[in-house]
Design a protein around this ligand. Structure first.
Ligand code: ADP
Ligand code: ZN
Length: 522
């Protein structure tokens, strides 16, 4: 037991070996030291742990840390033990002898910090027991898990509302890297601490190069993005389990070591993948969103999204796993019109409540706008979290290669009429073929070469038309009419365009290759 009456600075130097607090850490620590509740928002890698570990070691009693993931707890405990702090984790996967040792330490009052899962903490036996101990601080880590609107909701976190009754006068510190104002508010409400001090760090990560690209040839684009840092660790996010397996195999076939990771893998496979990743070998993890929380590898050089995340919050968290060592790192989002249309379609079909759907829709729409952004992406991303960045960042694709726009009114009308004339039943590839006057197998099967729109857009490339169609989807003029992705008009938006009543400004997709683009940063 090393906790007791010592100053935060002394603990910072003597236990952790750091010379000074960083950013908002000092303020967070002081607030807890005064016995007040606080919400700390810091990006991943910002140094949230010290905000509760230091007060836990300074104040009288044992610190309690509620954490959602066993792997996360075990990592923290191992790190603290190395520093001579008597820490332990109480969760459902303990060996009997470990459990016995923790119980003994608890009874003798020897523990400095106890990590605990929410359901464990709130089980009657545990609360009764802990209520008799002196508790220095209660930290609620990954506090966004309490928000039903968040992307990592954990119902068991809801019960943490009872903490003030069970542990009166113990200061609480909630910590998260998820920053949107709605989630922030939810956390405060759910924890019953609306008056808590809020400490919000900047989410700007100057070492991250942020880029988004229309999806053309996914595997080739991926390979190009990964190649820029050579032998490094990278994470590739995919929208489905199947796809992670397929992409991992594709990379291995190309001589790039890659492992799939998703919730459907056997526990030992997951563990093996994590172990290899953590050990520091150059490796690509191809994962669903199941890969994330608690992944603390500092030297991830590249994060690629092969499918669009559901919200800017999820996107930020995932790209935030790159470059935690502060060195330059690249991120690339590949997005396509069909993906956008499908995401909207599935959301509409979902069984969520209307209120919940509206929130998810708003987030999806912000994510779509972010993908199509024509000005600084970092500014646009931070704006989603209510943060205003004065100047364009200078380290995103749009800053390095300003995007031009063009008057796409005529092109939009042609594309929309092609969709209409072909019966609102075909995808972007077919519509493009019709516009370009290509007699593909599909075109001749449906006799679409006889339509008036056939060949109306010969002068432009396939990619150019795909970009027009994608942007018409993004702005809501086209939608997918079913699971199989045939495009149809959204009349309220499409009609005024078709009638020539509104001007359509479109983004000129950059032609510069990614290899060129990231150079300034790589
Ligand atoms: P978060 O939980 O916000 O993702 P961590 O608490 O894991 O971040 O901290 C990230 C890294 O920064 C860790 O390696 C930690 O040791 C280091 N760190 C945190 N605070 C300081 C500090 N005041 N001085 C030096 N290094 C720090
Ligand atoms: Zn920028």
């Amino acid at each position: 037991m090393i906790s007791g009456a010592r100053s935060p600075e002394a603990v910072l130097h003597e236990v952790f070996g750091f010379s000074s607090f960083r950013g908002l850490q000092a303020e967070a620590v002081q607030t807890v030291m005064r016995g007040e509740d606080v919400l700390v928002l810091m990006p991943t890698g910002g140094g949230k742990s010290l905000c509760y570990q230091v007060p836990a070691l300074c104040r009288e009693g044992m610190g309690l840390v509620v954490s959602p993931l066993i792997a996360l707890m075990d990592d923290q405990v191992a790190a603290l033990r190395q520093l001579g702090v008597n820490a332990a984790a109480l969760h459902s996967e303990l060996e009997p002898d470990e459990l016995a040792r923790i119980r003994a330490d608890l009874s003798s009052g020897d523990l400095d910090i106890l990590y605990i899962s929410p359901e464990r903490l709130l089980s009657p036996g545990t609360t009764r027991y802990l209520a008799q101990r002196r508790i220095s601080v209660i930290a609620i880590d990954e506090a966004h898990c309490i928000s039903a609107w968040g992307h990592e909701f954990r119902p068991e976190y809801r019960a943490l509302a009872s903490l003030p009754e069970l542990f009166p006068r113990v200061p609480r510190i909630a910590l998260t890297a998820t920053a949107d104002p709605r989630t922030r508010n939810d956390i405060l409400m759910a924890l019953g601490m609306p008056q808590a001090r809020q400490l919000i760090a900047s989410f700007h990560r100057p070492n991250l190069f942020i880029a988004a690209r229309p999806k053309m040839q996914e595997m080739r684009q991926l390979e190009e993005a990964l190649a820029r840092f050579g032998d490094a660790a990278s994470i590739v996010y995919c929208g489905s389990r199947n796809k992670t397996e397929r992409v991992a195999k594709g990379l291995n076939d190309r001589g790039i070591t890659a492992l799939p990771f998703h919730a459907g893998l056997a526990p030992q496979e997951k563990r093996a993948a994590l172990l290899r990743f953590r050990r520091g070998e150059p490796l690509v993890i191809v994962a669903t969103i199941a890969f994330g929380m608690g992944i603390d590898r500092p030297d991830v050089r590249c994060v690629v999204h092969l499918d669009m995340p559901a919200s800017p919050e999820a996107y930020y968290q995932q790209i935030g796993r790159a470059g935690r060592d502060g060195q330059p790192a690249n991120t690339l989002l590949l997005y396509g019109g069909e993906d956008i249309a499908r995401a909207r379609y599935w959301l509409e079909q979902s069984s969520a409540s209307e209120a919940e759907k509206r929130v998810m829709q708003a987030r999806l729409e912000s994510m779509i706008s972010l993908s199509e952004a024509v000005s600084c992406r970092t500014q646009a991303l931070l704006a989603c979290f209510g943060e205003h960045l004065e100047q364009p960042c200078g380290h995103c694709d749009n800053c390095l290669h300003p995007v031009s726009t063009f008057d796409g009114t005529d092109a939009a009308r042609k594309a929309l009429s092609a969709v209409y004339r072909t019966g609102q039943n075909f995808g972007a590839v077919h519509i493009t073929a019709v516009l370009r006057g290509k007699v593909t197998e599909g075109v001749s099967r449906h006799a679409h070469q006889h339509l008036s729109v056939f060949g109306l857009g010969k002068e432009h490339s396939d990619a150019w038309w795909r970009a027009v169609i994608r942007q018409l989807i993004a702005r809501g003029a086209l939608r997918t009419s079913g699971e199989h992705g045939g495009l149809g008009l959204v009349n309220e938006v499409a009609r005024p365009i078709l009638r020539g009543e509104i001007k359509v400004e479109l983004r000129q997709d950059p032609t510069v290759s990614l290899r060129e683009e990231g150079k300034g940063n790589a």
